[in-house]
Each structure stands twice: as C-alpha cells, then as structure tokens.
Design a protein around this ligand. Structure first.
Ligand code: PGA
Length: 249
C-alpha cells in the first residue's frame, strides 16, 4: 500500500532559529499516524533540525541536491553530505528550480540518479504552466517531464520515488487546481507508470499534489483516489496549518 505523505517545502524562508522552533512545534503536535510528515527546510537548517527530528517519525528532506559527487563545485551540496546528516528525501525538479536556475530534464535525471545512488528518496516535481494547460498540452508536457527524468530507472529504483504534481499556475498564487483537475492528472501519471513498469509498481508510488494546498481545500483533494498527499509551500510555514493539512487524512 502506498503511503499518505504531507511534505512541507519551506523554500528560502525562516532564519535557522525560527526553523528550529517550527520543527519543534511540529514534533510536539504531530499525532496522526495515517500520514507521513516530511519537512524540507533550507540547507543551513538541516543539521540542527535533523538532530531534533531523530526518533520522532517526521522525515527530513533537502530542497535540492547536486548532480555531481563531492569535489570542486562551488556553491553546491552533495547527496553524500545530506545523507550523512540524516536527510532522507530530496526535492528534485521543483518548478522554481526549472524556471530560475535552468534545470532541464537531463540535469534533473542526473540529480535523481545521484540521490538514488546515495539512498536519498527523490520527491520529483512535475507541472505545467498556464499556457500549456490553455493550449491543451498539459498531458504531453507532464509525460515528457516524467519520461525524460525518470523512465531510465529500473523497477527497483522507481519504487523509491515520490512524485509531486504541481501545476505552476497554482503555486503561491492562491489558485488551486480543482480536485477533478488534480485527480485527472494524478490518474494519468499513475497510468504512465503502469504502462512503463507495471500496475503493482504504479499502485505503490505516492503521488502528491502541490499548489496553494491549504487546510480549507486539502480534504477534498486528498479524498481523490490517486492523490496521496501534498507538497505544501506557504501553508507549511505555520505549524497549525501544516498539521491541519496532514489531519485532512
Ligand atoms: P504553495 O507552494 O503551497 O505556496 O503554492 C507549493 C510548492 O511550491 O511546493
């Protein structure tokens, strides 16, 4: 059975002390065993947060990872470094990385490989822009993003991937995809996985929705058959909101 997951992408927000406080209040209030919580603070916070998360059942993710092994790559953070301090997941392919840092499908495939080789589980993000949806190219585009960055993986490897469908037009805009629009895309992604691998693998991969997910709309989204949780941005910065979203399961 696939897991229900609610993951918080803090993006470039909070100072280290604030981040630690946020993590501590999540630890204090997290009780729902039906859902796995993951938090993705900025790199500067990871080590401290990792120490307090130990043994709590809340998992830790980075927001990015280098595609190279350790070495002369100024400004990058290697998968080995993250693994060493207790990070279990890495967000890869967030639309902000694709748009502002030119991360294309080939670069993202390399990042996925590096994460998997180091036993970090990728939370791999896909999503279309508004113009793609309006010109009815959203299914093709999502297919391309998945094919070019994930479909070189073996059956054993793909099992370690979490996919997040995040329509770019819904991120940070207050516009959520309707539960029908999200379900339709999630079912499509699962179908692609089933065709490429097999039904059992497809049924066991968690597919999260992201984009203005909040306490008021999480329940309806999470009730959809193929929506297994959320990747939460803005609402992950307040413990009450993040936990209320998790409690929508
Ligand atoms: P949002 O961000 O919840 O603030 O829309 C989601 C994300 O970018 O992962």
């Amino acid at each position: 059975m696939r897991k229900n997951i609610v993951a918080g992408n803090w993006k470039m927000n909070t100072l280290p002390e604030e981040g630690l406080e946020l993590a501590l209040s999540l630890i204090e209030q997290y009780k729902n065993e039906n859902v796995q919580l993951i938090i993705a603070p900025p790199f500067t916070h990871l080590w401290e947060v990792s120490k307090v998360l130990e043994g709590t059942g809340i998992y830790l993710s980075s927001q990015n990872v280098a595609k190279e092994d350790m070495g002369a790559y100024t400004g990058e953070i290697a998968a080995e470094m993250l693994k060493e301090i207790g990070v279990q997941y890495a967000i890869i392919g967030h639309s902000e990385r694709r748009a502002y840092y030119n991360e294309n499908c080939q670069i993202l495939a390399q990042k996925v490989n590096k994460a998997l080789a180091t036993k970090l589980n990728p939370i791999f993000c896909v999503g279309e822009k508004l113009e793609d949806r309006e010109s009815n190219q959203h299914f093709e585009l999502i297919k391309k993003q998945i094919e070019e960055s994930l479909f070189h993986l073996s059956e054993e490897e793909i099992k370690n991937i979490v996919i997040a469908y995040e329509p770019v037009w819904a991120i940070g805009t207050g516009k959520t995809a309707s539960s029908e629009q999200a379900q339709e895309m999630h079912a499509y992604i699962r179908q692609l996985l089933s065709e490429k691998y097999n039904n059992e693998i497809a049924e066991n991969i968690s597919i999260l929705y992201g984009g203005s997910c909040k306490p008021s709309n999480a329940k309806e989204l999470f009730q959809q058959k193929d929506i297994d949780g959320g990747l939460i941005g803005g609402a992950a910065l307040k413990a009450e909101d993040f936990l209320a979203i998790a409690d929508s399961f």
